[in-house]
Ligand binder design. Structure first.
Ligand code: GLY
Length: 309
């Protein structure tokens, strides 16, 4: 098979390069996704992933990450602190434990026992932004999504799906979650079926954006099941966006309607697609040695009147 990798947002371009380089050197998709996502985790300019990710309401950088491979093996990390590469830890959980998910202090202890070094993940920049938020706000937790940041062009969780030369697909996600989230809040990225899903007979999906809305819809699982029924990756992502949108309204009409969710997907033929709730979502695809950033199709015209739905 021709290797291919798709990932979310502009920061996916850099991650794709590393994943694709590995795929081209005959690495499997699990190795390639892990190595690609590590690039984003290490970049302090990406304020929503890994080192330099914006902290929670207590000023603590807590990270979520997960991997799922073509053998339905899972490794997921929730709310870990002081570990720069949670995606590497997810890989250790996937391969070396009987478990699927480790969280918080237990995940940290497991990491140290497995040779990970504790590190400070709050950068001068993210501390400055946190102190600005503290001084402007009431001091209470405030749900503020990183896709509202205008600091630069980078946004939110990176999700990645890769197919290797053997036709095997792996998906992965890594994120610091919502900026200023309530300490302990968990988003979609480490939740299997929400942030990512993988089925060797069908393909895989991954998400980015407001985790609460993706969790409500089991978004990535839903996309894989839609592809199983014969839908293209793009059409399956569109159906998932419709589901996210409806369930958001059903769960609490007019509550925080201004969220973004974006999905990417790949089927076992190597076809890829994406769709998002509203405009602005971008995704990066690398194949045949060409890495391209695309604007996703989206569901909602910003002028849409919510009462008319
Ligand atoms: N999509 C990442 C999060 O909501 O935490």
């Amino acid at each position: 098979m021709e290797p291919i990798v798709i990932s979310t947002w502009q920061h996916g371009l850099e991650a794709n390069e590393e994943a694709y380089r590995n795929l081209n050197e005959n690495a499997n998709s699990l190795d390639s996704v892990e190595r690609g996502l590590t690039v984003t985790e290490n970049n302090p300019e990406v304020h929503s992933v890994g080192y330099g990710g914006l902290p929670d309401n207590e000023g603590r950088v807590t990270l979520d990450a997960a991997l799922m491979d073509w053998k339905a093996r899972i490794g997921s990390v929730i709310g870990i602190e002081h570990i720069k590469n949670p995606i590497r830890l997810a890989r250790v959980i996937l391969e070396d434990t009987e478990h699927t998910i480790l969280s918080g202090d237990g995940a940290f202890t497991f990491a140290i026992r497995n040779g990970f070094e504790p590190e400070l993940l709050l950068t001068e920049y993210s501390l400055k932004k946190y102190l600005e938020w503290k001084s402007q706000g009431s001091g209470k937790a405030e749900e503020r999504h990183t896709d509202r940041d205008t600091f630069n062009d980078y946004h939110d969780t990176i999700g990645m799906i890769a197919m290797d030369k053997f036709g095997n697909i792996t998906s992965g996600c890594t994120t610091s979650g919502l900026a200023w989230k309530l300490h302990g809040r968990v988003g979609d990225s480490p939740i299997i079926g929400a942030g990512l899903y993988n089925d060797a007979a069908v393909g895989a999906a991954a998400s980015t954006g407001r985790g609460e809305e993706c969790i409500r819809a089991c978004g990535s699982f839903y996309i894989v099941e839609m592809m199983r029924q014969g839908l293209s990756p793009t059409e399956a992502c569109r159906r998932a966006c419709e589901r996210v949108y409806k369930l958001n309204l059903l769960s609490s009409k007019n509550r925080d309607h201004k969220y973004q969710v974006g999905f990417i997907a790949m089927n076992i033929s190597g076809e890829v697609g994406a769709f998002s709730i509203r405009s602005g979502f971008q995704y990066a695809v690398m194949k045949n040695n060409i890495n391209t950033l695309f604007d996703s199709e989206f569901l909602i015209d910003e002028k849409y009147i919510i009462e008319d739905l």
